[in-house]
Design a protein around this ligand. Structure first.
Ligand code: NAD
Length: 181
């Protein structure tokens, strides 16, 4: 049996996993997309360092815009200097506490003790889902007709980080089920 397994694995392209001998630092790995990414990366042979702090969202928009520019700059400057690839992923609707109904009560506490509710107001979520009754059409603005699971979202991170994307750098890859094309 062990001999047969060794025989089979010698035919695989990545017998030790897609990320063997790599170190991955995954921030926000406490839950949601980050947690699924950490699990997938570990499963593919990476040594995974996880970090999580339940922080506030005041800098959200600024940070998101900044990441796109930072991605390109790192690709341009660190590509030639260090052979580094740099990409970012722009998600659409992924099912985590951020996209659950606000009425479910998830919140974060900012350093000054203020509680900030997370999620989308139930009514808004309902209309995103396509309303109710005979008019109901599931997620009409998403061509794939559904949100992504956190694991699906994490798989796209694995794909981009893997050797399968070895010639892709400086890109912002949209993982949206086709939303906002
Ligand atoms: N869920 C979606 O539909 C969606 C859509 C677009 C973008 N995103 C982005 O994807 C990322 C993950 O989202 P999610 O839905 O999994 O969220 P989530 O709230 O389920 O998980 C985020 C995790 O990050 C941690 N965190 C927050 N600030 C941190 C910091 N400064 N350092 C370390 N950890 C920190 C939180 O404690 C939490 O555990 C976020 O950047 C989010 O903006 C999500």
């Amino acid at each position: 049996m062990a001999h047969r397994l060794a025989q089979i694995s010698s035919h695989l392209n990545y017998p030790q996993g897609l990320l063997a001998n790599q170190v991955a630092i995954i921030t926000g790995a406490g839950q949601g997309i980050g947690a699924e990414t950490a699990k997938l990366f570990a499963n593919e042979g990476a040594k995974v360092v996880i970090a999580d702090i339940d922080a506030g969202q005041a800098n959200y928009a600024l940070a998101k815009a900044g990441v796109v520019g930072l991605t390109r700059t790192i690709a341009k400057e660190w590509g030639p200097a260090f052979g580094v690839r740099s990409n970012t992923i722009a998600f659409g609707h992924v099912q985590t506490r951020l996209t659950a109904a606000k009425e479910k009560g998830a919140f974060i506490t900012t350093p000054d003790g203020t509680k900030v509710a997370l999620g989308i107001p139930g009514k808004q979520l309902e209309s995103r889902q396509g309303g109710v009754g005979e008019q109901k059409q599931t997620y009409p603005d998403i061509p794939l007709g559904r949100p992504a699971s956190p694991e699906e979202a994490a798989k796209s991170v694995l794909a981009v980080a893997s050797p399968l994307f070895s010639y892709v750098t400086g890109e912002t890859i949209r993982v949206t089920g086709g939303r906002n094309m």
